[in-house]
Design a protein around this ligand. Structure first.
Ligand SMILES: [Zn+2]
Length: 356
């Protein structure tokens, strides 16, 4: 499979500064064990998936990188999400614990990586989603993501055979239409692509659209009375402490991003731009952002966090993902938050904390 003597034609690893760098496995520190989650569990390794009862008929299904949830009501099953990476193994997981039919499918949000196997349940299932999810799926049709049959605007409660599921939309965060799905009796909350228990968030803050709102959504999770949160990823279910830990990491990125923007002058990188280098003006932008990203990455990774450990000792992926998340937070800070003023007519800033 992975023969080092024969490099596949598709493997481009010689682009230098034009491309993305590769990292050797031996450069990685062993990740924290509590982040392994379902990854190395015997049933996941043997069957390809892990299914586990969280509480009172609520089950978590994980294939390692993707996960979802289902609820057995006594006369039918409610499923939240159908990631294509789980695919029909989700049917096997449900059959492992019940022979009740799937009657409801909830879409957390419109992203294909979470609902792209929706057709495995056949045409009879009710599909519930936010109205913006419906709009997006109507605008960008996909035969594997059928349109919802029922939508809502702000809040909705499903009562299926006496099992209550509260759905809530608090505005755009990771995407438009991304909802919170809460089972009050079982104290289980599904908030997909927001928090990442025991991990740092996937690169570029999980490609989230609005980072101010995505960050806010972490705090909205804490407003719920929950014991368990299903996040859609990272092979692990989480609890309140996991979400708080993720917020502390994010707070570091946000704080150091603002500090970097207020500290590092873009003009520094203009030096040496005369003569033949004039054409390379894009280098200023590249090096300015490299300086910003490295500043935030170093400050974040060097800090002793609230329990005395550094992030690399607490959260899986902190070592290599922090730089990607730092870039997103920096850039979205520039797009979504105040610049502390503006340039005056003579080109000087209106405040000493102003940034470009
Ligand atoms: Zn998503």
């Amino acid at each position: 499979m992975n023969n080092p003597d024969r490099k596949p034609e598709w493997l481009v690893d010689d682009l230098g500064p034009k491309g993305a760098p590769f990292i050797k496995l031996t450069d990685f520190a062993p990740p924290p064990e509590e982040s392994h989650g379902s990854l190395f569990l015997p049933d996941r390794l043997e069957k390809g998936y892990h299914v586990e009862e969280i509480r009172d008929g609520v089950y978590w299904v994980s294939v390692g990188w993707y996960d979802c949830m289902f609820v057995v009501t006594g006369r039918g099953v409610i499923v939240l999400d159908a990631p294509p990476a789980i695919g029909e193994r989700l049917l096997s997981a449900i059959e492992d614990v019940t022979d009740e039919p799937v009657t409801h499918l909830i879409y957390s949000h419109w992203h294909a990586d979470h609902i792209g196997a929706a057709t495995i349940f056949g045409p009879g299932v009710k599909i519930v989603a936010h109205e913006r999810t419906r709009d997006l799926l109507a605008r960008f049709p996909d035969e594997y993501r059928p349109l919802p049959t029922e939508t809502f605007a702000t809040d909705a409660t499903l009562d299926v055979n006496g099992v209550k599921v509260e759905l809530s939309y608090k505005g755009q965060n990771h995407t438009e239409g991304n909802i919170f799905t809460y089972l009050p009796k079982q104290k289980v909350l599904a908030a997909i692509d927001i928090a990442s228990p025991a991990w740092v968030t996937f690169r570029d803050c999980d490609s989230s659209e609005n980072l101010a709102a995505w960050e806010q959504a972490h705090h909205q999770i804490l407003e719920y009375d929950f014991d368990t949160v299903v996040s859609g990823h990272v092979s692990r279910i989480g609890n309140r402490e996991d979400v708080e830990e993720g917020i502390e990491y994010l707070d570091d990125l946000v704080r150091f991003s603002r500090e970097a923007l207020e500290t590092i002058p873009m003009e520094y990188f203009h030096a040496g731009m005369d003569g033949p280098y004039r054409a390379a003006f894009r280098a200023v932008e590249e090096n300015y952002f490299a300086a910003l990203v490295n500043y935030v990455t170093k400050k974040t990774l060097d800090r002793k966090t609230s329990n005395g450990l550094r992030w690399e000792e607490r959260l899986n992926g902190a070592d290599v993902l922090t730089k990607h998340n730092a870039f997103s937070i920096l850039e979205k800070t520039r797009l979504e938050r105040t610049h502390n003023g503006y340039l005056l007519r003579d080109g000087t800033p209106s405040s000493d904390k102003f940034f470009i």
